[in-house]
Design a protein around this ligand. Structure first.
Ligand SMILES: [Zn+2]
Ligand SMILES: [Zn+2]
Length: 510
């Protein structure tokens, strides 16, 4: 085995190519794995990119670091095992947009302490009743650490457990026997899916590698359904690769739960005190995954010159840029106002603390500011104080719409455009009604990328942003101008014209 590795690294120079011969892993499947689990930035639709060798090696290093392997950047024997190992289908790195990496990757928890669940079916090897009792045991492992109560409830449960296989309608198809064995969605979705192509067992013999222990995987997936992300602490339950047996939670798991639920009361109040800080400071894990203790550390602030931006919006004539939990305000292009970036929670007073990203925001024609997340919105006064909270259905959107990716008011017709990935609606704020004939496809706006991360009107022009690039839109021609896209960082922000992006992505067309 060892001589094989030496042989191919010498002969073929890069270990990725080595794998084609030695491990039947193609460059493509390596890339697929790295992007799937968040170690390489996802490609932007409509562009013919190839990842550079350096980018792939960087991705491999990140993956090795997360798994606790030496960071060689090469696919050695231990690393190649990871590609084939049973694991959870959820991303390891929730955001890889900033070069500095995301230090705390907490997602949101439930905003209540009593959580309902239901088991839809059993697997082909384990009866539903057995799954139900194993689920109850798995939930009981977590319950004390968030002060949670779980109740079985058949109608509209918070957490729905099911066995499914291959493509099962959520955009994350399973892959047959082996590799991905399950995945789960964070609140408020909460679904847990187990791949029914696995041979599920109840406390199987550890030597029996074909059988996957349901309880071990269930305890891990429950962590996701409660809002936890993957941990790089190998002894933790939230480590992404399959490990048996699971007997108890690791301190890293417990700290994550404490941070998510210590401030939640049964009255849905989500006001967070700093009470958790002390507990978090006493952490023992090598790399804390669940702490905000060092958050004043400058290293945590993403570099505006090298990131993808969660969203950008013009509010009160200024440019607001959102990334992770930060906001920058610019009075002009390239002119960041003094005192920024700030945490957006310090700017938007009353925004629930569990909201850790702002991806959709706009200024209404009456000057109010609205932040969207999933099916909810929060409306702020022009002085940035929370006025009310509501559901997006109040915009006359059909109930199937679960998230708006971008909202903006056009200066061309004063209408509000509500964009959901590939389609959009046009809302009239004066009448409070949706215009007829919508939704329309985004392709109606020629040469505009989908999905757009942001759309703004700045000094009379409309701009669309996606990833690191932006487009100027011609309202009359209903298409983007010919000579776009251009790099956002160098044109909008005070960034040197460095070719740094090229290290990660090569645009073959450029
Ligand atoms: Zn997982
Ligand atoms: Zn699924």
């Amino acid at each position: 085995m060892y001589s094989n590795v030496v042989f191919c690294s010498l002969l073929l120079f890069g270990s990725v190519t080595c794998l084609i011969r030695e491990e039947e892993l193609t460059v493509l499947s390596v890339q697929e794995f790295l992007t799937k689990y968040g170690y390489l930035p996802e490609k932007i639709k409509g562009f013919d990119y190839t990842y550079t060798k350096q980018a792939i090696a960087d991705g491999v290093k990140k993956m090795q670091a997360f798994a606790g392997l030496p960071q060689t950047g090469r696919i050695d024997v231990e690393t190649s095992k990871l590609f084939k190992m049973k694991r959870c289908g959820v991303k390891d790195i929730v955001k890889t947009k900033s070069t500095r990496g995301k230090r705390y990757i907490l997602q949101q928890g439930w905003d209540k302490k009593t959580i309902t669940y239901s088991v839809l079916n059993g697997s082909s090897t384990l009866q539903k009743s057995r799954i139900e009792s194993l689920m109850a045991a798995g939930l009981a492992v977590w319950a004390p650490h968030g002060g949670l109560t779980f109740r079985q409830h058949e109608t509209k449960p918070d957490i729905q457990v099911s066995f499914v296989s291959r493509d099962h309608g959520d955009g994350f198809p399973f892959d047959g026997p082996g590799r991905v064995v399950a995945h789960a969605f964070p609140p408020p979705h909460g679904a847990m899916h187990f791949d029914d192509d696995e041979l599920w067992g109840d406390n199987p013999n550890e030597e029996d590698e074909d059988v996957t222990d349901f309880f071990a995987v269930a305890v891990h997936e429950i962590g996701h359904a409660l809002g936890l992300s993957h941990s790089n602490v190998k002894a933790s339950v939230m480590y992404p690769y399959y490990q048996v047996p699971v007997e108890k939670l690791h301190e890293d798991d417990i700290l994550g739960m404490r941070e998510l639920y210590s401030s939640v009361t049964n009255e849905n109040s989500r006001e967070v005190s700093e009470a958790t800080t002390e507990a978090v400071n006493s952490r023992s894990s090598v790399v804390p995954r669940f702490t905000k203790a060092d958050s004043e550390d400058e290293e945590d602030i993403p570099d505006l010159c090298f990131t993808y931006y969660d969203t950008i919006q013009v509010i009160q004539g200024k440019i607001f840029v959102f990334e992770e939990e930060w906001v920058w305000v610019l009075s002009e292009r390239k002119q960041i106002e003094k005192g920024y970036p700030k945490r957006f929670h310090d700017v938007f007073v009353g925004l629930p603390k569990y909201i850790n990203v702002i991806k959709t925001i706009y200024e209404k024609r009456n000057g109010h500011i609205v932040i969207f997340l999933n099916r909810n919105y929060w409306e702020f006064s022009s002085r940035f104080r929370l006025i009310k909270r509501g559901r997006i259905t109040e915009y006359s959107l059909p109930p199937q719409v679960s998230e708006l990716t971008t909202v903006f008011v056009s200066n061309y017709n004063n209408r509000t455009y509500l964009i959901e990935e590939e389609r959009f609606w046009r809302f009239n704020e004066d009448t409070g009604k949706m215009d007829r004939g919508y939704p329309k496809k985004m392709s109606a706006w020629r040469k505009v990328p989908t999905p757009v991360d942001a759309a703004i009107v700045w000094k009379g022009d409309t701009f669309f942003f996606q990833g690191p690039r932006f487009w100027r839109f011609d309202n009359r021609l209903i298409q983007a101008h010919e000579y776009y896209p251009l790099p956002t960082a160098q044109i909008w922000f005070p960034c040197d014209p460095t070719p740094e992006m090229a290290r990660y992505l090569t645009n073959e067309e450029a």
